[in-house]
Design a protein around this ligand. Structure first.
Ligand code: GLN
Length: 322
């Protein structure tokens, strides 16, 4: 028979007894056959040449305890994971009025899709697809002008409590030289009057924040505020409000993996955000943040091994939100 106090007891005991390091070791073992699958993000030449055979995973508990496996010191460009931070900043600045320019519904389309944008008169579905993130970057430019990139970078440094975080110039330049789809998106939105600043300023700031590089340990730290109602528990720094943290997490759950967001929720069951650099971040509310890196991507542009590793993690710990 259902017994709530027994269930509570079981959960507490499970938390104390969980051997995270062992679980990470099992995950590393179990993902090995998947190295043959997927491909790196070849539409950005600087990412196309990255060694695909890499894996790293970090867990950061709210009390600061860290568990690591693999190349957790290897830096990679965080790409679309940066959209979590730019959205956090823009939400802080504009509140609800931001949603006049960018929605909060899943798109069900690829991250760089043009099709829906035309149907919907230049208003992107959400801040985590490229078009939405470009609008968010534009909104930051209106406020911070030529200090926009520095503001974003400093915000990430504050969230992660790490002043060494910087960007990868080669990846940035590679995107500037080859970002044809993003240029198409921003031009279309400009024609619908949903971009207020100069296209070249907005797009270069967008490419630059996508090229910010971090390792899995830094990323787990940077995202920890979303596991703790907006406050980094290690520094007590208020990164956002509790309500906004709730909104950001729900958008990560419904939109964090583009047209594979449903699949990620189904398999992993945690709010998460991926980037084509091969990184994924996820949070277990009130418990921990997680970060995975492995460059080979699935069809929708999400780390193939990263997704599987997080799926194994929630299966082994029972820590999905469902
Ligand atoms: N910088 C990449 C782009 O604009 C980000 C995409 C991603 O990580 N999904 O295409």
């Amino acid at each position: 028979m259902y017994n709530p106090s027994k269930l509570f007891f079981k959960k507490v005991v499970t938390m104390i007894e969980i051997n995270y390091q062992k679980i990470l070791e099992e995950i590393e073992e179990e993902i090995q056959p998947l190295y043959k699958k997927g491909h790196v993000a070849n539409y950005i030449p600087a990412l196309a040449k990255i060694n695909p055979r890499q894996f790293a995973m970090s867990i950061r508990l709210l009390d600061g305890t860290t568990y690591n496996i693999g190349n957790t010191k290897t830096k990679f460009s965080i790409q679309s994971i940066s959209k979590v931070f730019t959205f956090t900043l823009a939400l802080q600045l504009y509140g609800r009025s931001l949603y006049k320019r960018v929605g909060h519904e899943p798109s069900g389309d690829p991250f760089n899709s043009l099709v829906q944008l035309e149907y919907e008169n230049g208003i992107p579905r959400n801040p985590f697809i490229n078009a939405g993130a470009i609008v968010v970057t534009d909104s930051l430019l209106s406020k911070y002008k030529d200090k926009s990139f520095d503001t974003i970078l400093n915000f990430i440094r504050l969230a992660a409590n790490d002043s060494t975080i910087s960007f990868d110039k080669e990846v940035y330049e590679s995107e500037v030289d080859h970002g044809y789809m993003n240029l198409a998106l921003i031009n279309m939105m400009k024609s619908y009057k949903n971009i207020n600043n100069h296209i070249s300023d907005v797009i270069s700031t967008y490419f630059k924040h996508c090229s910010i590089e971090m390792n899995t340990e830094q990323l787990a730290d940077a995202i920890l505020y979303l596991a703790n109602d907006g406050i980094n528990p290690l520094t007590n720094e208020i990164i956002t409000t509790e309500t906004k943290a709730k909104r950001i997490n729900s958008l990560m759950l419904t939109c964090g993996h583009y047209d594979a967001s449903g699949d990620f929720a189904y398999r992993v069951g945690l709010p998460g955000k991926s980037g084509v650099g091969g990184g994924i971040v996820a949070i277990v509310p009130d418990k921990m943040s997680l970060s995975v890196y492995s460059p080979n991507l699935n069809k929708q542009g999400n780390s193939l091994i990263g997704t599987r590793a997080l799926e194994l993690f929630t299966a082994k710990t029972g820590f999905s939100i469902f």
